[in-house]
Design a protein around this ligand. Structure first.
Ligand SMILES: CC(C)(COP(=O)(O)OP(=O)(O)OC[C@H]1O[C@@H](n2cnc3c(N)ncnc32)[C@H](O)[C@@H]1OP(=O)(O)O)[C@@H](O)C(=O)NCCC(=O)NCCS
Length: 151
């Protein structure tokens, strides 16, 4: 069974491992490896609910397989990012998790979700397009901007 649940304190090591996988770093705006100290400093306030970030763990059969994050931008907007461990990719997990995450955001009165995707990241572009995201004309260097209105 696949579920999407809020990240907790005990997920912090898993989230660090995932964030530092080369295939995740490659498509991240900050592609440098993240130290444990730096990660804990970032993750602790997030999982304690002290920030405008909503961080979820994607679980399959009780095993953490990925993460989904919504950064609340105000004005009814949120920016999403997702990552699935390579071992669990290609099984529809990201698509399922994003659909569920988008439902959760709609309940929190989010009306538009944005995603920033590297132009070489065709897997992610395909994923977001399947979920109704549209590429807008703005492009910052190699980064494409996608958005979907929640109806
Ligand atoms: C992008 C990512 C989250 C997709 O996760 P996933 O669980 O493998 O994706 P799914 O199995 O749910 O695939 C959903 C759709 O995405 C697209 N997709 C996924 N992997 C793909 C690949 N390797 N090549 C092309 N399209 C791909 C397809 O359109 C797919 O639909 P289909 O299965 O009907 O063809 C995963 O590859 C990942 O973590 N990549 C590294 C981090 C990243 O790129 N994050 C996104 C930046 S916000």
């Amino acid at each position: 069974m696949d579920i999407l649940r809020p990240a907790t304190l005990s997920d912090i090591p898993f989230l660090w491992y995932l964030r530092n996988r080369p295939y995740v770093r490659e498509v991240s705006r900050n592609s440098a490896p993240i130290s444990w100290e730096e990660h804990v400093e970032w993750a602790l306030p997030v999982v304690l609910g002290l920030t405008e970030k909503r961080l979820f763990v994607v679980e399959t059969s009780g095993i953490p397989a990925g993460q989904l994050r919504f950064d609340m931008l105000g004005g009814g907007k949120a920016e999403v990012s997702a990552a699935i461990l390579q071992e669990f990719q290609g099984r529809g997990l990201a698509k399922k998790a994003l659909k569920e995450g988008m439902r959760k955001m709609k309940r929190q009165k989010v009306s538009e979700i944005l995603a920033t995707i590297h132009r070489d990241n065709t897997a992610s572009q395909g994923l977001f397009e399947k979920l109704g995201f549209q590429k807008n004309a703005r492009q910052k260097g190699p980064w494409l901007e996608y958005a979907v209105l929640m109806r």
